[in-house]
Design a protein around this ligand. Structure first.
Ligand code: ADP
Length: 272
């Protein structure tokens, strides 16, 4: 082996390591940037809620408590407190998920009950922007083993996003069907869509698509990260799809189907 070859090999290895280190440094910088952006967004979100609450109290201090103005102000303050509460709940959930402390209460259920509850809760989010919510799922039971409350949280989150990232008067769909051994639940909207290069990253913690920020009216970029973690803790997975900006988005949740309560009791084979 010539000296030139040995030195050549050494240099190639050296270069490879250098490239690897550079990529790791870039990744750390990216994570660092996302974290400081998150802190700044969080501060703004808190200010955006706390400012009006403080103003509201000033108004109430001076107004006749039964006046139209006072009643309106109180209603607004209730809504702002609700927003604050959801923000803090999301942050607590992130902390729980990150430290592996989420406790799931798994039970075998007919998923149609969760779908109906999510549609009923989602209808409220559709009213303001004047969206229509269409639903469709099969007539027969869809048994899965899940934490009902957490799955309702997942679907509410996806429906809330669909409403948030769709211009007024949009069409939102909540659909479910069997797909082999899985239950497939889709939330489809005809809104802003997601640029192709951003689709892989929408589930990242603290990630928001910059072109959507004007439309988003707040948010921290943690909703979808939570959705993904909660679904995977329940044995499923979730995918995002869009043909691109302005083409709408589809979020699909897959969950393993479970046997029905009469499993093994001589039930005829499916499709027989
Ligand atoms: P946010 O609090 O910003 O809504 P999420 O984690 O829920 O955070 O979503 C992350 C990002 O994914 C959003 O900021 C938005 O850019 C994009 N996104 C989520 N849902 C949709 C949707 N239905 N249509 C288009 N973009 C979406």
């Amino acid at each position: 082996v010539s000296l030139v070859a040995v030195v050549g090999m050494d240099i190639t290895e050296h270069k490879r390591q250098e490239e690897q280190l550079r990529a790791q440094a870039a990744e750390l910088q990216d994570a660092d940037r996302a974290r400081s952006e998150f802190l700044s967004t969080l501060s703004h979100e808190l200010r955006n809620v706390l400012g009006p609450l403080q103003n509201g109290l000033h108004v109430l201090d001076r107004a006749d408590p039964q006046s139209q103005r006072a009643l309106k102000m109180k209603e607004l303050m209730h809504r702002q407190l609700g927003q604050l509460r959801r923000l803090v709940d999301d942050l607590l959930d992130v902390a729980r998920v990150n430290s592996g402390k989420v406790r799931l209460d798994m039970e075998r259920i007919d998923f149609r009950t969760v779908l109906a509850a999510a549609a009923a809760a989602g209808a409220a989010a559709m009213e303001g922007p004047g969206h229509t919510l269409e639903t469709s799922w099969p007539d027969e039971p869809l048994y899965v083993e899940v934490d009902t409350v957490r799955m309702l949280q997942v679907l509410s989150n996806l429906l809330g996003n669909a409403a948030k990232y769709t211009p007024p008067g949009g069409r939102i769909q909540l659909r479910a069907r069997r797909e082999g051994r899985e239950l497939m639940v889709e939330v489809v909207d005809n809104g802003l869509g997601i640029p192709l290069d951003a689709q892989a990253r929408v589930f990242d913690m603290f990630r928001q698509v910059p072109s959507h920020l004007a439309q988003s009216q707040g948010g921290l970029g943690i909703g979808l990260a939570l959705v993904q973690k909660l679904v995977s803790l329940q044995g499923g997975h979730v995918e995002a799809f869009s043909d691109g900006p302005g083409q709408g988005s589809t979020f699909t949740v897959y969950l393993p189907l479970a046997d029905g309560p009469d499993a093994g009791a001589g039930r005829p084979a499916e499709g027989a």
